[in-house]
Design a protein around this ligand. Structure first.
Ligand code: CTP
Length: 399
């Protein structure tokens, strides 16, 4: 699902930071169209906004050429979210009082989408009772705010009034965009990464899984508005924003964390769970001089996917497994789907030459019992977004 923002850039020294914001949003897959107020255009040019967003920058309500190409009503409704950054005291005042005397303020009046303000102004203006009134009135109207930050300001004064940093605004944009997505109201449980199965206090049996695919799926489901619980084996990846991450080590811990997270609407088993663990885990380090290690007795781990897929009371509506194979990929994957009783299995070829295990790209085939759907090779983040959309489409409508 495409995510788009209409960025209203007011007249303040922080306008230059809006260029960085536009770049940050684009990097996160959000499309941006800029509207530059007359004041904003004193600080940055429409050309730099258009250059960074890759879209035409609109500047004036009464520019007939702009109006003919896209009317202000259409402009205000085409985006999923309207962001005003920097939102000056003047822009907040107009928005709070329903004034519409230029393109930015008209868009704010005409939009049927949520509005996120990133205020930026002198500390005395921010603290002025009129601004306080305007902000609380806008909040009552359902507007969202990010910042301002406290610090030294361009005018030399110190206090709240500095526009929030572009990353923080981009985070707030993502949160706002995920609020009413195709998966909002759903709970998605995802496993990711390897498991570590201890042999003694310093050694363990593990595998090469990086967790990248599972983390990307958690992020993509969150981006569509789901509440996401990510049960992760040991990996060196940061927690995705807005996702509840439960970090575990062993397969048995992972199963316990998954069961504790139920009920869920969807279960995506992306972890490379160790099938076996050392039968005996010593509490002291195995020493060479005591005979050392020549063989490890193994015992089977619980199959988390099979247990959740066959759960008597809390089976999620949609259970998705992964099948990492090196030969007869589709045959093995389909057999696995039937054996574990999951609804879909995402099959991929992880032969050494493919670079999939630990890499950033993946080529998968989705098998669902009625057939198979092969997706071309693409970044793991794209596989995840497409899978998240497919999940949203497959779920029955919410009651
Ligand atoms: N899986 C699981 N718990 C396990 C083993 C696997 O939840 N103990 C899940 C994986 O997360 C994946 C699917 O089952 O979604 C298939 O994992 P895979 O290791 O390919 O299957 P195995 O059952 O281990 O079969 P084999 O090793 O024989 O290929």
């Amino acid at each position: 699902m495409s995510r788009s923002v209409l960025l209203l850039i007011g007249g303040g020294i922080a306008a230059y930071k809006s260029l960085l914001l536009a770049r940050e949003l684009k990097k996160r897959g959000v499309s941006v169209t800029g509207v530059l107020t007359r004041g904003g255009a004193e600080f940055i040019t429409p050309l730099s906004v258009a250059g960074l967003t890759g879209n035409q920058c609109f500047t004036d309500l009464f520019d007939l050429k702009d109006e003919a190409e896209m009317g202000h009503i259409e402009l205000s409704r085409a985006a999923d979210l309207v962001v005003a950054a920097p939102a000056t005291a003047n822009l907040l005042g107009k928005a709070a009082n329903g004034l519409a005397d230029d393109l930015a303020s008209t868009v704010l009046m005409a939009t049927d989408k949520r509005v996120l303000f990133a205020p930026a102004m002198n500390v005395r203006m921010w603290e002025h009772p009129a601004t306080r009134r305007n902000v609380s009135r806008l909040r009552e109207d359902g507007a969202l705010f990010v910042g301002p930050d406290e610090g030294e300001m361009a005018c030399g004064e110190y206090g709240p009034g500095r526009m929030a940093e572009p990353e923080a605004i981009a985070d707030a944009v993502e949160d706002a965009l995920s609020g009413d997505g195709a998966l909002s109201g759903r709970h998605v449980l995802v496993t990711a990464g390897p498991t570590h199965e201890p042999l003694d206090p310093v050694r363990y049996v593990a595998n090469r899984s990086s967790g990248k695919q599972g983390y990307a799926i958690a992020r993509a489901c969150r981006a569509l508005g789901a509440r996401v619980t990510l049960v992760s084996g040991p990996v060196s990846l940061p927690s995705p924003r807005g996702v509840e991450v439960v970090r575990v080590e062993t397969a048995r811990d992972m199963l316990a964390a998954c069961e504790a997270a139920l009920p869920a609407d969807v279960f995506v088993a992306c972890a490379a769970v160790a099938d076996y663990r050392p039968a005996v885990e010593t509490t002291h380090k195995v020493k060479k001089e005591r005979g050392g290690l020549t063989a490890i007795d193994l015992t089977e781990n619980p199959d988390i996917l099979a247990i959740i897929a066959q759960h008597e009371t809390q089976r999620p509506q949609l259970v998705i497994g992964f099948a990492a194979e090196t030969d007869d990929v589709i045959g093995h994957a389909e057999a696995k789907r039937a054996r574990k009783q999951c609804d879909w299995i995402v099959a991929n070829d992880v032969s050494p030459g493919t670079g999939i295990m630990g890499g950033d790209r993946n080529a998968v085939t989705i098998i669902n019992g009625n057939g198979e759907e092969a997706w071309e090779d693409m970044p793991k983040s794209d596989v995840s977004s497409r899978l998240a959309r497919k999940i949203a489409e497959a779920l029955p409508p919410r009651p």
